[in-house]
Ligand binder design. Structure first.
Ligand code: IMP
Length: 423
């Protein structure tokens, strides 16, 4: 398989974890390049469930190297827990299958506390973050005051710098009416986690450069989705990193001309968590999917907001990311529907829009224009080949791929590895 970037074409939770796991079989390396433990990739292998937050899904395959690049933000305590948790589930995590950039920024305990306190202070205007401290970590990075994973290798220097950051963080927490964090306790806890992570740290840029030279095949696993991108998403209801394909290059140090292909993952309908406009949102569809036990967040357990497939968004995502191929997931979620709607344009007053407006208030005023499709009303979960899918289902999938402007290449009809159809 060529060097491939996999992105989410909607608002995250497109089922990327499963598609990444599927594609990983054909690659030597899996690279994470943005976001932090706000991501939650659920992968089911042999009936066993694994939820990954920071570690690339490649960890579940023997012989696959996993790299966490410089663009990722790392909560060392959470990462240490994830490593230990995987080991308890029988997964090998060693220096031979995990390398972490020594330039990745650290999410510190006060980042988490500030993220939560700021959300509460925003009241109705909250973003609906995962509360994992992602925004405050990237803010410190951009302000050039952040601590990096490499600092963990020098415990004395780390605690000195942490003291400065924590003092500043505590002032801000106090202003928000939150109790300050204890420096000694925080340092001890963080350094304990650092011991678990330190052996994995190194220069990932050089490592990846050598891998490219040796013609190793790489998969860049995107976290979150296109419309959560800090530049191109529904700002300010976005995450703090570049979730679109360009972020894979800056967040790993692999140059754009080393990339061969971009795969976009999207659900057969749309979901989003957190606040912000969502033109094709449909409460009835949400109730239906939640009733099936679907669409609860892997990271926060929150019920996701649900809506019809929005081709205005996925088409824009295809342009932004340069999507060559599409992987459509959760097709089975629509198995029992009688009719299925697809948003094909937005109506803004008398105008019909082909692209989503960049201004949030304007987007909030847009009404979805729908085209209706017949539901297939048959179980698709056992389908192994394209022709096993009901004709109406194939018609629907081809239509949403065409509207999105990319080639349909993978269809997922359930969470298992075997429930994947390659076209
Ligand atoms: P943050 O990334 O925790 O700052 O959250 C910012 C926005 O991105 C919120 O709307 C979150 O719900 C959303 N978000 C962050 N990570 C994910 C994800 O992995 N899937 C879906 N939404 C996410």
């Amino acid at each position: 398989m060529a060097n491939t970037i996999l992105v989410g074409a909607q608002w995250g939770d497109e089922g990327k974890g499963k598609i990444i796991d599927f594609l990983t079989e054909k690659v030597d390396l899996v690279v994470r390049s943005q976001g932090g433990n706000n991501a939650g990739h659920t992968v089911i292998v042999g009936g066993k469930k694994y939820v990954l937050h920071l570690i690339p899904s490649g960890i579940l395959r023997r012989g696959t190297m996993c790299v966490i690049g410089n663009g990722v933000v790392i909560d060392a305590m959470s990462l240490a827990e994830e490593i230990e948790g995987l080991r308890k589930q029988g997964i090998r995590v060693t220096k031979d299958n995990l390398l972490i950039s020594d330039c990745a920024h650290l999410t510190l305990p006060h980042h988490r506390a500030l993220d939560r306190a700021r959300e509460i202070a925003k009241g109705k205007g909250k973003i609906g973050t995962t509360g994992r401290g992602i925004g405050p970590t990237y803010s410190d990075k951009a302000s050039r005051v952040g601590l990096r994973t490499g600092d963990l290798l020098e415990p004395a220097r780390f605690s000195e710098r942490l003291k400065v950051r924590l003092t500043d963080g505590n002032v801000q927490l106090k202003m928000l009416g939150v109790a300050p964090l204890d420096f000694r306790k925080t340092t001890v806890e963080y350094l304990a986690a650092a011991k678990i992570i330190a052996p994995f740290l190194g220069n990932t840029v050089v490592y990846l450069h050598k891998a490219v030279t040796a013609k190793k095949q790489m998969l860049f696993e995107g976290a979150q989705g296109t419309f959560l991108d800090i530049d191109h998403g529904t700002y300010p209801y976005v995450t703090s990193s570049n979730t679109t394909s360009g972020g894979a290059c800056t967040g790993s140090g692999v140059a754009p001309n080393r990339i061969d292909k971009v795969v976009g993952t999207m659900k057969a309908y749309t979901t989003r968590v957190g606040e912000g406009p969502f033109p094709s949102e449909n409460e009835g569809l949400g109730e239906f999917l939640h009733g099936l036990g679907r669409e609860f967040g892997a990271t926060t357990g929150r019920a996701r907001r649900c809506g019809w497939f929005d081709a205005v968004c996925t088409h824009y995502a295809a342009i932004l990311n340069g999507i060559d191929e599409l992987a459509v997931t959760n097709v089975d979620g629509l198995d029992t529907m009688k009719t299925i709607k697809v948003c094909v344009a937005y109506k803004l007053g008398r105008k019909t829009l082909e692209y989503p407006p960049t201004d949030l208030d304007t987007l909030a005023k847009c009404e979805a224009v729908y085209e209706e499709f017949d539901g297939w009303q048959k179980d698709t979960t056992a389908a192994k080949k394209w022709n096993d899918l009901p004709a109406k289902c194939r018609k629907y999938l081809q239509a949403i791929a065409k509207l999105s402007g990319a080639k349909l290449s993978i269809v997922s009809v359930g969470p298992g590895r075997e429930q994947t159809i390659v076209l």
